[in-house]
Design a protein around this ligand. Structure first.
Ligand SMILES: [Zn+2]
Length: 657
């Protein structure tokens, strides 16, 4: 679907190009480059997942964070720092690329970092740094593409878990610090802590101490480990030392009806802590709004690569319109795209209409000034110019395997692959929070396979939000899985009416036909999807398994000529997952295509080396091809024979001589 006109699509392309070269047009570009005589500092970047600006630091109420406060006292604390997006992967990508999501193109978790995008670690590696990362959540696993440029990227989570504690992560980071540098000039270490993310279960003594506010208990426990890490870094890394501590986003905790993060752009999730300490950073406090994407530029500045947009003094005094976005509700549910802008004391949010807040007078954003005339010039334009992703291109290939999906779901990231349509009357996300809670509950049940329990919740969502494609598809699929054939078909029809060209509707409808064994309907749908998006993993898997089943049925029916191409098509789609090499070998043998039979049976033997039937069939082929080791193969088949193959071997005339 093409919701944008050609002209506006072209305009967006230009905007996108502008974002790629750096959106901060209002930043001062005339700062001098770092003097060459300055020694390269050892750099420690600590990212705090899900940590609100008001939950850490000297001004935080109800929580003690002495380690963070100590660094803040020695460095510069930015009291108005903003995340670029309230989700882990895209926000980290902004800090490591210097770009807003509109520039780097990743708007949600479980997407891929574009391979062409230059990342901080690559630049630092080129500048002579030893680059290491230790991350604490599957969401930042190397498979999503952030590991590029790191000499070591530790994403190993103990015992198959989806996250690890700050203590475990700090142990790994300290072990990394103990490894001596080689020829590298200095060290760049990025450590990511995930503790403050749900569920809030702080370790003791914090669990008891913060029994009534476990979220703050997590932050306090994390702070203790942050102190350990900073101490080890300052002891072991070469002087001078530069440290940046920043959160990727905050947490709703009920503000504006949002419990966690990712769906709204209010201060609770966008306003984050940021502290810089190191060469060229004047100690103190800054009240200028800044974007955390400039962490990237500051790292480059410290390393002597490039000083543009750096937050080191005196650049900290520079004004810019700070932007941010939350596109997940738009991309997943078809609600309004959301963009925020902050400048001076004002903040504005564009989501269908513009809300404006005076953050000095109203830090909780309770009183919409409803009059953007008060906004500083350029702010409204910055909001309107921010590129809204076109759902057609913004969605990365759907190529997560089942295990990856399960693990993301268990972390609360249940992204379907739904492609929404853009509607002029789309609801504002801020008005949809009660419904979102229901949808998230339904999605959780869906991910856990509790389809019958999910259905009434999905019906509630659709009654209130009839164009929600995600809910419509889940409802249809839930009915299909439970064998409610007519309700499933009605559901898919409804989903197709919402998004007539959606690949997801076709894929999930095809899966429904596969469940009802209507191959002649399922196969063409999947082929159509794969013609348009060949790397769509759900469709590839489904089509491969359908082809294999077709092959098996043809074989069982004695239709060899039909069975061979069906199996070969299944194998071509998913070579690693193909499980029918023995069948294929038997079919080729029957068709007297001995060389093909040999190849297929050798693959089968690699997968299952001692399998009696495969050994027997391979020995037959060996005799027919007159291979030099045919006698050894007959011996091997005899030695491993079982109740099925023993009589076959005894009667086999090929083996008689
Ligand atoms: Zn996060």
């Amino acid at each position: 679907m093409k919701p944008v006109s050609v002209a506006s699509a072209f305009r967006r392309k230009i905007l996108l190009a502008a974002l790629v070269v750096g959106l901060g047009a209002s930043c001062n570009r005339s700062q001098p480059a770092a003097p060459r005589s300055e020694p390269k500092p050892s750099i420690l970047l600590i990212t705090l997942d899900t940590t609100r600006a008001d939950a850490i630091g000297p001004e935080a109420a109800g929580v003690e964070t002495p380690a963070f406060n100590a660094i803040a006292a020695r460095g510069r604390r930015f009291r108005q720092a903003y995340a670029t997006v309230p989700e882990t992967l895209p926000s980290h990508l902004s800090m490591l690329s210097g770009l807003y999501p509109g520039g780097h193109g990743v708007h949600e978790n479980a997407r891929y970092v574009p391979a062409s995008l230059p990342l901080a670690a690559e630049r630092l590696q080129q500048a002579g740094y030893r680059t290491s990362a230790v991350v604490s959540s599957f969401v930042l696993s190397r498979r999503f593409g952030l590991a590029r440029g790191f000499d070591t990227y530790d994403d190993q989570l103990p015992g198959g878990r989806n996250e690890r504690s700050a203590r475990e992560t700090t142990d790994v980071a300290i072990a990394e610090l103990a490894r001596p540098l080689g020829a590298e000039a200095a060290r760049f270490l990025w450590v990511h802590y995930y503790d403050a993310h749900t569920p809030y279960v702080p370790p003791e003594p914090y669990r008891t101490r913060y029994a009534s506010k476990p979220y703050l208990g997590e932050v306090a426990a994390m702070d203790e480990q942050l102190g350990r890490l900073v101490q080890a870094f300052e002891r072991q890394a070469k002087d001078p030392v530069a440290i940046a501590i920043v959160a990727d986003h905050g947490e709703g905790l009920g503000d504006h009806g949002e419990s966690q993060h990712g769906d709204l752009v209010y201060q609770s999730t966008m306003h984050v802590p940021l502290v810089l300490m190191g060469p060229g950073v004047d100690a103190g406090v800054s009240d200028t709004p800044v974007s955390t994407r400039r962490v990237f530029h500051t790292l480059m500045d410290w390393a002597g690569v490039d000083a543009v947009h750096s937050l080191r003094s005196p650049a900290t005094g520079q004004e810019e319109v700070v932007l941010g976005e939350a596109m997940k509700p738009f991309l997943e549910y078809g609600w309004q795209p959301q963009v925020m802008a902050a400048s001076g004391r004002y903040k504005a949010i564009l989501a269908g209409k513009v809300e404006t807040y005076d953050l000095t007078a109203d830090p909780a954003e309770q009183h919409d000034l409803a009059n953007s005339a008060a906004l500083p010039p350029g702010m409204r334009k910055a909001l309107e110019d921010y590129p809204v992703p076109s759902p057609d291109v913004a969605r990365a290939p759907d190529n997560l395997d089942a295990d990856a999906r399960r693990r993301l779901a268990s972390l609360g990231y249940i992204g379907s692959s739904a492609t929404p349509i853009v509607r002029k009357d789309a609801p504002r996300p801020a008005a949809m929070m009660p419904l979102l809670a229901t949808l998230e509950q339904a999605s959780g049940l869906f991910a856990a396979g509790q389809f019958a329990q999910a259905i009434p919740l999905l019906e509630t969502v659709l009654a209130a939000d009839p164009f929600n494609l995600d809910a419509a598809l889940r409802l249809a699929t839930a009915h299909s899985t439970l064998g409610h054939e007519q309700k499933a078909l009605d559901g898919f029809q409804r989903a197709a009416a919402i998004a007539p060209k959606s690949q997801d509707v076709r894929t999930y409808l095809a899966l429904h036909y596969a469940r009802t064994k209507e191959w002649e309907r399922a196969v063409p749908l999947l082929e159509q999807v794969l013609t348009e998006s060949p790397d769509r993993m759900t469709a590839v898997e489904a089509l491969a398994s359908l082809r294999a089943r077709q092959g098996q049925q043809a074989m069982d029916g004695g239709r060899t000529a039909e069975a061979i191409p069906a199996f070969e098509r299944a194998r071509a789609l998913q070579p690693e997952a193909f499980k029918n090499d023995l069948e294929l070998g038997v079919l080729y043998l029957a068709a007297r295509r001995f060389a093909d039979a040999k190849t297929a049976l050798d693959r089968a033997l690699t997968a299952r080396p001692g399998d009696p039937m495969t050994l027997f069939k391979r020995a037959q082929v060996s005799v027919l091809l007159n291979e030099p080791d045919k006698l050894e193969r007959i011996d091997a088949a005899r030695k491993k024979a079982d109740g099925t193959t023993r009589p076959l071997i005894e009667r086999e005339r090929l083996f008689q001589r």
